[in-house]
Every structure is written in structure tokens, then in C-alpha cells.
Design a protein around this ligand. Structure first.
Ligand SMILES: NC(=O)c1ccc[n+]([C@@H]2O[C@H](COP(=O)([O-])OP(=O)(O)OC[C@H]3O[C@@H](n4cnc5c(N)ncnc54)[C@H](O)[C@@H]3O)[C@@H](O)[C@H]2O)c1
Length: 259
């Protein structure tokens, strides 16, 4: 197996300016990919691309709000120009915007769906024709354990569950063109924003860790490693799959034994 698992691949990562997206863009680059980071945060996005270039990688930053249909069309076409073609598209940008059902106003609900579901549809719809013309590609979507079981955050969780169905439909419909689509469901990943948020939600880090059979939170690199596999030709027979990266969280809980 080649040391550089993405040699000559061209990859785009949305939300690549921080957290899981930054770890993924960095690992893609270290494995030989030319990477485009798409993010709404211009300062962080520029800094991320510069850091990858400083480490010897090939990376560009393109600013865009991926909930905006015009910005998505423009950024997909700019990314294709910058890269020459797009082999891998990772839909990663997202965050939870709502909590309890009774507190969610319809416009907040819609915002949650726009960021966490519709953006995946917009980006995938824009990039698929290029992948079809090229004879294949890998689309990686980012769901969550919230898409698998009920832990609140109604709008976010509904969007993340729908992404699993969306991914399977992309895989089944476009597999005949050599396109693979897979979805990653991370548990709590200790990103700057994710970790702080989840600490607050569980009350304490110690309490949160009790949910996890492996006794730790995930690291951005844990998710990036799965994205690397799904982006590479090593996963050439893997499509429509739901990859759970959660330290055993959704396998069950030792806490049940104490009831
Ligand atoms: N961190 C976790 O615990 C966790 C768990 C499960 C799933 N996830 C999912 O993983 C993904 C990344 O999470 P993270 O913790 O790394 O988040 P993060 O907040 O660290 O990074 C998200 C990035 O997306 C960008 N972004 C936000 N809105 C955007 C928009 N409209 N257009 C373009 N870019 C936008 C942000 O600027 C940021 O750089 C998200 O989809 C999240 O739902 C995270």
C-alpha cells in the first residue's frame, strides 16, 4: 500500500477551517491530495490553507456560505478550476442551532435544516455532474450519532438522520457512474466548539465520559482517519455505508448495568 493514500487526488472539504474539517483537510494533504477548504470564516480559512502550505502541502481557501445556492454554484466551479477536477467532496460544515422542540420557532427550525441538511444537498447536486463526467468520485457526508438515536437537539438531529437516507440514495442512484457516497456519524469529538458545547450539555466532562465505553472523547483525527479511508481507493467497494465513529457510545452503555 502506498504511503501517500491520496496521491494525485483533488479534494474539497467544507467547514475545513476548524475542528474535524481542518483535521481532515490536513490529513488529506499529508497523504498527497491537493485540497480546497471551503468555509464561511475567511480569516480561519485563509490561516488553515496557509498552515497546510507551510507544512509542504497543496491547499487553497475559497470563502462561501454553503447554505446559499448561488454561493455553492460559484464555489464548486471555482474549486474545479483551482483543482482541475474534483475526486473527493467532503460535506462537513454544520452545527446544532436548536434545542428543545417547544422552544424552536419555524425560522430557527428551517435554519437548522438549511445548514445541516440542505447544504449537503446543494453541494452534492453541484458537484455530481462533474464527477459523472469524470467517471467517478467520492462524496463523504457528515452526520452524527444524533442521526441514530434520540438525544435532543430536534432540528439538528432530524437533519443528521435525513443525511443518512440522502447518502444512501446518492450511492444507489449514482453508483453506476463510479460515484461512491458514504456518511460518517461521529460521537462527541473534542473540537474547540464541539467539546465545550458538549461539556456544557452533560454538566461535566467526567459525566460525559461515562457515556463512552472507551472512556474518552473522540479527536478530530479519529474522524479524519475515516474520511481518509473513504476518500482513498482502499474503500473502492464501500458505498452507501454509515460509518459510526463514537467510541462505542451507540453500541450501548455500561450504565444500563447499574439500573
Ligand atoms: N464536534 C462534535 O462533537 C461533532 C459530533 C458529531 C458530528 N459533528 C459534525 O461534524 C461537523 C464538524 O463539526 P466540528 O465540531 O468540527 O465543528 P466546528 O464548528 O469546529 O467547524 C465547523 C466549520 O464549519 C464552518 N461553517 C459553519 N457554517 C458554515 C456555512 N454556512 N458555510 C460554510 N462554512 C460554515 C465554520 O466556520 C467552521 O469552520 C459538523 O457537521 C458537526 O455537526 C461534530
Amino acid at each position: 500500500m502506498s504511503e501517500l493514500r491520496l496521491q494525485d487526488k483533488r479534494a474539497v472539504v467544507t467547514g475545513g477551517a476548524s475542528g474535524i474539517g481542518l483535521a481532515t483537510a490536513s490529513v488529506f494533504s499529508r497523504h498527497g491530495a491537493h485540497v480546497v477548504i471551503v468555509d464561511i470564516d475567511e480569516n480561519a480559512g485563509q490561516a488553515a490553507a496557509e498552515a497546510i502550505r507551510a507544512a509542504g502541502g497543496k491547499a487553497e481557501f475559497l470563502p462561501a456560505d454553503i447554505t446559499d445556492v448561488d454561493q455553492v454554484s460559484a464555489v464548486v466551479s471555482s474549486a474545479a478550476t483551482a483543482l482541475g477536477r474534483i475526486d473527493v467532496w467532503m460535506n462537513n460544515a454544520g452545527k446544532s442551532l436548536t434545542e428543545d422542540l417547544l422552544d424552536i420557532e419555524p425560522d430557527q427550525w428551517q435554519s437548522d435544516l438549511n445548514l445541516n441538511l440542505t447544504s449537503h444537498y446543494l453541494c452534492t447536486r453541484a458537484v455530481l455532474p462533474m464527477m459523472i463526467r469524470a467517471g467517478g468520485g467520492s462524496v463523504i457526508n457528515t452526520s452524527s450519532v444524533n442521526g441514530l438515536w434520540a438525544i435532543g437537539e430536534f432540528g439538528y438531529s432530524a437533519a443528521k438522520a435525513a443525511l443518512i437516507s440522502f447518502t444512501k440514495n446518492v450511492a444507489v442512484t449514482y453508483g453506476c457512474h463510479g460515484i461512491r457516497a458514504n456518511v460518517i456519524c461521529p460521537g462527541t469529538i473534542d473540537t474547540e466548539r464541539g467539546g465545550a458545547y458538549w461539556d456544557a450539555k452533560a454538566g461535566s466532562k467526567e459525566k460525559l465520559l461515562k457515556w463512552y465505553p472507551l472512556g474518552r472523547l473522540g479527536r478530530p483525527e479519529d474522524v479524519a482517519s475515516m474520511a481518509l479511508y473513504l476518500a482513498s481507493d482502499e474503500s473502492s467497494f464501500v458505498t452507501g455505508a454509515t460509518m459510526v465513529i463514537d467510541g462505542g457510545l451507540t453500541a450501548g452503555s455500561q450504565l444500563f448495568g447499574t439500573l
